[in-house]
Design a protein around this ligand. Structure first.
Ligand code: ATP
Ligand code: MG
Length: 378
């Protein structure tokens, strides 16, 4: 008996199928580490829940560390705000932090308003919402970045960037814009991950979105899925039969979270196999049964957060099939006009449940959601 090597709901130990992203990262790390230059654009990998954003960002971090960079990880949306989070982490993890950095950090804290001081000076926090003070904050933050990169290149990783506070985002982007103009020799980079709506949420806050490089993170190709499935088993001396692989990949449909769910459930159904075992299709069938509960839980949470009109639209789409659907066919199914669909459509896109596809079509973002809805309705 061997414990499952799969990682449903956890950071993936390897990220097959992300070679393209990693090649781009390596190129940026080369600019950073070999040329000691600023990576001028903030990269944002974005996708719906469960597509492997955090796992990819952790892999970026691992590679940055291997190249000798200092890294700082923050999950945006927590109370002290993005800039404070970054600055606090910097100070916490940099054991070599010299006095120069400490002084700069203190000055950012001041310009962002430390509780206590904030009350003494009146409405510091409210003022921090303004563009103007974001610029002031950006200068102070920029000084921190300069001080923090004096010895080693710095990589800042921001997960869930769509949840960052507006003032923090503005400060970060202004600082980066300014560094691009004047600090090309500052070896720093920002890599971020966020939900599908990250480009829109960021565009609402900062005007020059060209400072950010948005990269959609898609489903896994078949080969990558297969590697994710058979690779970890092989390391434990266990094989998957070709039929078992086929069945599992048909179930997972390229969705990373489902790959891990079906692999893990199959492993358990196969009795947590010893070395020398071959996992067969029957175990996959048993596994599918138990993974479905986990997947349904994810879908049910999304579904219950929808309004009636959103549910009607999702149901119409699901009944039309799993693939992309045209506005007119959705409207026809609902016996309404396409204009009536605008509001639920926009809300569903905002929630990351559907996304625009080619030729004005609309599609589900998470494989299996359509089938879940059909099952709910029957
Ligand atoms: N390249 C990959 N191959 C196989 N499995 C992966 C890959 N990347 C991530 N996973 C798995 O997919 C699931 C989701 O991964 P992760 O938490 O990184 O996604 P996420 O996009 O950050 O999700 P969320 O939006 O919920 O934070 C996890 O079970 C993880 O182990
Ligand atoms: Mg995540």
């Amino acid at each position: 008996m061997q414990p499952s090597p799969y990682t449903p709901g956890e950071i993936a130990r390897a990220v097959p199928g992300r070679a393209h992203q990693l090649a781009e990262l390596d190129e940026r790390l080369s600019v950073l580490v070999d040329l000691r230059r600023l990576v001028g654009r903030i990269r944002v990998d974005h996708a719906a829940r469960g597509f492997g954003k955090t796992s990819l960002l952790r892999e970026y971090q691992r590679r940055a560390v291997l190249r000798g960079a200092n890294t700082v990880w923050v999950t945006a949306g927590e109370t002290p705000g993005l800039i404070r989070q970054i600055v606090d982490e910097l100070q916490r993890n940099d054991d070599t932090a010299g006095t120069a950095l400490r002084d700069r950090v203190d000055s950012v804290r001041l310009s962002l308003g430390v509780p206590g001081i904030a009350t003494a000076t009146g409405t510091f926090r409210a003022a921090a919402q303004d563009d103007e003070s974001a610029v002031t904050g950006a200068r102070a933050f920029e000084d921190v970045i300069r001080a923090a990169t004096a010895e080693r290149p710095l990589v800042i990783l921001v997960d869930e960037i769509q949840s960052a506070d507006a003032a923090g985002l503005r400060t970060l982007v202004y600082a980066w814009q300014h560094l691009q103009a004047e600090g090309a020799d500052v070896p720093a980079a920002v890599f971020a991950a966020g939900l599908l709506n990250a480009p829109e949420t960021i565009a609402e806050v900062v005007t020059f979105s060209e400072r950010l490089a948005y990269r959609p993170l898609g489903p896994l190709h078949r080969d990558a899925e297969e590697i994710a499935l058979v690779g970890p088993a092989r390391l434990l001396g266990v094989q998957w039969s070709p039929e078992a692989v086929d069945r599992a990949l048909t179930i997972a449909q390229g969705y990373p979270y489902s790959v891990q769910l079906i692999a893990d459930a199959t492993w358990t159904a196969a009795g947590r196999p010893d070395p020398g075992t071959i996992i067969d299709v029957r175990s996959v069938e048993l596994g599918q049964h138990s993974m479905q509960a986990d997947l349904d839980a994810l879908f049910r949470a999304r579904w219950s957060a929808c309004s009636n009109s959103e549910r009607r639209m999702l149901t119409a789409m699901a009944e039309l099939g799993d693939g992309p659907q045209s506005r007119s066919s959705i409207a026809a199914a609902l016996e309404t006009g396409t204009n009536q669909l605008s509001t639920p459509r926009a809300r569903l896109i905002d929630k990351g449940l559907v996304q625009p596809a080619d030729r004005g079509m609309l599609e589900f973002t998470i494989p299996g959601f359509a089938a879940f809805i059909r099952a709910e309705q029957s």
